[in-house]
Write a protein that binds this ligand. Structure first.
Ligand code: 4AD
Ligand code: MG
Length: 497
């Protein structure tokens, strides 16, 4: 339908052609006392619907006009009568029905137009049929394509990092556990004898970490053949960063783009339990280069949507956020504001002294709350803001310690409407300092030995960041809740389908 309706002539030059079209009925109405029907058909390729005219001798009209019906038809393209032209692009006069997937209108859950996004979350399997979810799906697809285009164009290599891992990248203990059965149980038995868990019996008590196999959560007595078996815990990754660093420290400029998981119990409109992250990692790059790359990438994404998704963006402006296109134009053409964390806190303190009320306390050392991010990006600067050099106490162990020994070379990109879009940093490349930082954060050394190896052998200055892909879609579309911009949202209490 897109190839017909998005032509500059509205498809007029195709008049007289016979073709096959398939799609789902948006709206249908019988006309001329039941002698024919007009149907608005959509196949998801674009916002626009193709108008079909079906006569009663071709199909049972009562059946084909019902919203949600699937129709696969053969027909002839024709321009509507002159008095109707202008209102209506080319239409298809149906000559043959190839397939009907009918709908009982009294039972179809989405008969009305204007259903709320919240209502639609209970129909995740049917909601792609709505204009809104379809538009978001096309914008999401465009942003994924733009992401690969941007990094490939700049010579980055795409690396697939693992989903199952025993490394906790953020060291925050927010990982979903998956249990694996280890078959090299005999080897592990020996370890266990040397280093016994609190209880030798079956389940949950044993806490011994055995050579990167993960935490032992259950020791089964034996398998069918009488050999001992052991259950060990691995986890779903919270970030591909640590693994992608191994490739950056060999192939220079790389990126990973995949699903990541957080077992935080967040019930906000900005958090998901499963979300996608774009994570570039660049050897020989410092925090300045990192910020430059992040800014160029976000601006590229915004320009890409303006160039490639204007119809869907216009729909977003009309239905959800009148500023959505203006925001993309603003971001694609302005330099991001840059502030050190200390400067950001000073600005917030000034706001407080002028009477601005924040719910959370403002003082050096706090993690910026979303109200603070909002103030910086929407009130003070009305622009994306990059905040860098955060206190080491509120950031991860792998970030490079600054000469002041109090801050780390971290940077967050904050944007209007969404807040934190990107988190990144220069990585600590000094072996001794990194080791010290791991211990200082109360983390065990053993699981990070391989990561320390990158600093033991041929270490290099390097930096990277992670962009929350769904947050980027929120920012672009103006949709309010992150649960509506991922095809199958997962959050506390929701993992069906
Ligand atoms: O700031 P975060 O936790 O950074 C990292 O994971 C780094 N290892 C990335 C790196 O340097 N390679 O997460 C990065 C971004 C955040 O800025 C946010 O946009 C998004 O991921 N994010 C979430 N998005 C949806 N739901 C959640 N629960 C999210 N947690 C983080
Ligand atoms: Mg962060």
């Amino acid at each position: 339908i897109r190839t017909i309706l998005t032509r500059p002539d509205g498809g007029a030059a195709l008049s007289g052609q016979t073709l096959k079209v398939g799609g789902w009925v948006k709206k249908g109405r019988e006309q001329g006392k039941g002698t024919f029907a007009f149907i608005e058909l959509n196949d998801g390729s674009c916002q626009a619907n193709l108008q079909l005219i079906i006569y009663a001798d071709v199909a049972p009209l009562g059946q084909v006009v019902a919203t949600g019906t699937c129709l696969h038809v053969e027909g002839v393209l024709q321009m509507p009568p002159e008095d109707k032209q202008g209102k209506q692009a080319i239409e298809l006069k149906v000559v043959k029905i190839l397939e009907i997937g009918s709908v009982d209108p009294s039972k179809y859950p989405l008969p009305k137009t204007r259903l709320t996004l919240e209502f639609l979350r209970d129909y995740v399997h049917l909601r792609p049929r709505t204009n809104t979810i379809a538009a978001i799906a096309r914008i999401r697809n465009a942003l994924a394509y733009a992401t690969h285009t941007f990094f490939q164009k700049h010579g980055f290599l795409y690396v697939h990092t693992p989903i199952i891992t025993t490394s906790d990248c953020e060291g925050a203990g927010e990982m979903f556990q998956v249990t694996t059965l280890i078959n090299e149980a005999e080897k592990i038995e020996k370890e266990l004898i040397k280093n016994p868990p609190p209880s030798q019996e079956d389940v949950d008590l044993a806490k011994t970490d055995v050579k990167g196999k993960g935490e032992i959560v259950a020791k089964l007595k034996s398998d069918k053949a009488g050999k001992p078996e052991i259950m060990a815990a691995a986890f779903l990754t919270v970030s591909g960063q640590l693994q992608v660093e191994t490739f950056a420290c060999a192939l220079s400029s790389v990126y990973t783009f995949g699903p990541t998981f957080r077992a935080e119990n967040s019930h906000t409109s900005r958090h998901l339990a499963e979300f996608w992250m774009v994570e570039p990692e660049i050897a020989f790059a410092d925090i300045e280069d990192d910020m430059k790359c992040a800014e160029a990438y976000v601006r590229f994404l915004c320009q890409w949507l303006l160039d490639n998704c204007l119809d869907d963006m216009e729909f977003m402006v009309e239905k959800f956020d009148k500023n959505a296109i203006k925001r993309l134009q603003m971001v694609s053409s302005t330099n991001f504001v840059r502030l050190s964390y200390t400067e950001a806190v000073t600005i917030l303190e000034e706001a407080v002294s002028k009477g601005h009320k924040f719910e959370n306390k403002v003082e050096w050392g706090i993690d910026l709350a979303s109200e603070h991010e909002k103030y910086l990006t929407e009130v003070k600067f009305e622009s994306p803001v990059i905040v860098y050099n955060y206190p080491k106490g509120i950031k991860s162990f792998y970030m490079k310690l600054n000469p002041d020994k109090k801050t780390v070379a971290a940077m967050d990109v904050l944007v209007p409407k969404v807040g934190e879009l990107i988190g990144g940093s220069q990585r600590e490349e000094n072996y001794e300092v990194l080791k010290e930082r791991i211990l200082e954060m109360g983390l065990p050394l053993e699981p990070y030995e391989w990561y320390l190896d990158l600093r033991r052998y041929g270490t290099v200055k390097h930096s990277g960041f992670g962009l929350g892909f769904e947050r980027m879609i929120l920012f672009a579309t103006g949709i309010d809740n992150i649960r509506d911009v991922i095809p199958f949202p997962r959050y506390p209490g929701r993992a069906d389908l």
